[in-house]
Design a protein around this ligand. Sequence first.
Ligand code: SF4
Length: 251
Amino acid sequence: MTRIVCQFSCGAASAVATKLALAQYSGTHDVQIINAFLKQEHKVNRRFLADCESWLARPVTVLRDEKYGASTVQVFRRERFMKGPNGAPCSRLLKRKLLDAWKQPGDIMVFGYTAEEEDRLDDFRERNPDRPVIAPLIDRGLSKSDCKAMVERAGLVPPLMYRLGYDNANCIGCVKGGEGYWRAIAQDFPEEFEELCQVQDEIGEGAYLFRDRKTGIRYSLRDLPPGPVRRNEALPSCSFFCDMAEQEYAA
Ligand code: SF4
């Protein structure tokens, strides 16, 4: 039986995409749900996953990286950078590699892209005509906020990061975030922020995430200039498949 592979990222969009894929395909396909454990995600994400297993009436297969202890901080320390032109090493090494080892030929991937991300799906399909993917949220015109509302209406308590006002349930201190996002992390999660500052202190400029627009000089999180705090800054989602798509863009 062909496998339909849903990646559950502890976010509202992936939960709804999985629910829809199960409703549509569970009688005709082998629907699998996978998740990558990440040490830097908020602990409440695990509770959300357990609640979703009840809602979906299916267990989620949790994959966990061993080489880096499933820790983004270990990835940064050992790889000596935090973000490069081809994306984030944490996403590639802690998620994509697990998927590569787990996937089988013929798998159909479920993308949790929302209606706002239709162009990303079009790009992916154009560049990968032989790679079958389905996108239940885009097919139904569901936005990110629709998914959050659907999760709440199902009686699920959203991950704490949403309740604090963040746009997603990514790691605490996601390298895909902008300055406003990082100012919020510094306020809300000072210990995690300080740990990442220390990583940058150790590695130096190669790990810096930001660059002064006028001078081109790169600067560390510790030197983040004052400015607006943006908890709700839209961050790219971080999933096995988003990383796969981004690698294609970068190729
Ligand atoms: S959520 Fe952000 S920090 Fe965490 S693995 Fe993904 S890209 Fe890296």
